[in-house]
Design a protein around this ligand. Structure first.
Ligand SMILES: [Zn+2]
Length: 417
């Protein structure tokens, strides 16, 4: 670094929102979102090396500078729950749902998860990668610099591995950071309908070991829900994943309270997701065990269901994250700011809470709170420059996309035209 102070210097920034602290933000502290007026962010390589007042670095040398006196700079959004990669169009299901059809009826008509399973099984690895890449680019254009992504539409050894290989290829292309999850226990595939336990055995004894030995996933997930997998089956899957070094996370208490929140605490899950129907006891267990609650307001909106009780988790001191659940059936959107808008206007979170929940807390829900999700020295330089005077203006007006520039790993990777 002899010839320059920074590779990239962002400043002066009108409204700099670092979202930075040690560990996740919880409880009443989430209502406070510290802001630096006239701040700056200095980057070397892919790492943040300075966050502070502009006047301290105004005379510094840098290869590239971005001046943002009228803008708001935040960490890039971290989305801790998506169902990328997928192919297939389920628009006809939307039409049926809007006319009042139930999921059962849609399932009987050949829709639902099994419809996407058929499309994913039939797709080539290249086609699946192309679809995932296109969606990742759309999400980058909405400020998402990190996302979790998962299998779960293959539902057999070959196709679960295919989905996870696609994610590995996409992660290698960049620019976004992608953390992969094996969700082989998403649904019982038709060939095992008569014997779901035999499918659980396949997941535990064949799919998870193969995924782990190929190093294709960090997490093991299960759809713990009436009609999907029972508590006992879910425990088997998560314990098998754990034996193979895959960290547990789960889809819990979305439609019916089956005790998923308590199971998440019992197995030491990094995160329990959905949680629309979690019991008070389950919430308390999650708070004690430090399990993140990942809430998905876009899904409630899209399915026209009541939102998850965000305030109960916030009041209990559970670290709360917000995610998109981006998938082709129950929440199809690339617009992450819209998801945050639903967290605020639908789920009753404050803008400050929604921003913690989609940056640092979301990184913590992926076990990456030390590296991602905030602007602090030593963190990966993922940041978004929003062309608004304050973070409040991300919600006022709503359903717009005032994104100006996206920096991923210290590189400018997207700019508005
Ligand atoms: Zn999901």
């Amino acid at each position: 670094m002899a010839d320059r102070d920074f590779d990239l210097l962002v400043g002066p920034v009108g409204c700099l929102v670092p979202c930075h602290q040690e560990g996740p933000r919880r409880g009443a502290a989430m209502r406070e979102l510290p802001v630096l007026r006239g701040g700056a962010v200095g980057v070397r390589g892919d790492e943040v090396v300075f966050v502070g007042p502009w006047k301290e670095v105004a005379a510094a040398t840098a290869i590239r500078r971005i001046s943002a006196p009228d803008a708001t700079v935040l960490p890039g959004f971290v989305d801790p729950h998506t169902h990328i990669p997928f192919v297939g169009d389920r628009a006809h299901e939307l039409a049926l749902r809007l006319r009042g059809a139930s999921y059962m009826e849609i399932g009987r008509a050949g829709g639902g998860i099994l419809s996407t399973m058929a499309a994913v099984r039939a797709a080539s690895e290249d086609d699946l990668l192309g679809a995932a890449r296109a969606l990742a680019r759309r999400r980058l254009a909405h400020g998402v610099t990190t996302f979790e992504a998962k299998s779960g539409y293959g539902l057999d050894l070959e196709n679960e591995l295919k989905q996870l290989r696609v994610l590995a290829a996409l992660a290698a292309e960049g620019p976004q950071t992608i953390l992969s999850t094996c969700l082989a226990a998403h649904f019982v595939p038709p060939e095992y309908r008569a014997d779901p336990d035999a499918y659980v055995t396949l997941v535990c004894e064949a799919i998870l070991p193969a995924v782990a030995s190929a190093k294709l996933a960090r997490f093991c997930d299960v759809f713990c829900e009436e009609g999907a997998f029972t508590i006992e089956q879910s425990r088997r899957v998560l314990e098998a994943g754990r034996r193979h070094g895959l960290l547990p996370r789960l889809h819990a208490d979305e439609i019916v309270d089956t005790g998923g929140a308590a199971l998440a605490a019992e197995v030491g899950a990094v995160s329990a997701d959905h949680l629309l129907t979690a019991s008070d006891a389950g919430v308390a267990r999650m708070a004690e065990a430090g399990v993140c609650a990942t809430l998905l307001p876009g899904t409630a909106f899209y399915l026209r269901k009541p939102y998850a009780p965000a305030r109960r988790f916030l009041d209990a001191g559970v670290p709360v994250a917000v995610a998109s659940d981006c998938n082709p059936g129950s929440c199809y959107t690339a617009n992450h700011l819209m998801v945050l808008t639903l967290a605020v206007f639908g789920m009753g979170m404050l803008p400050e809470e929604a921003l913690w929940a989609s940056t640092l807390n979301a990184a913590c829900a992926l076990g990456e709170g030390d590296r991602l999700g905030s602007l602090g020295v030593g963190k990966r330089a993922d940041l978004c420059l929003w062309e608004v005077p304050s973070y409040l203006h991300l919600f006022y007006p709503f359903a717009e996309n005032p994104l100006g520039t996206v920096v991923c790993g210290g590189e400018v990777v997207w700019e508005s035209c």
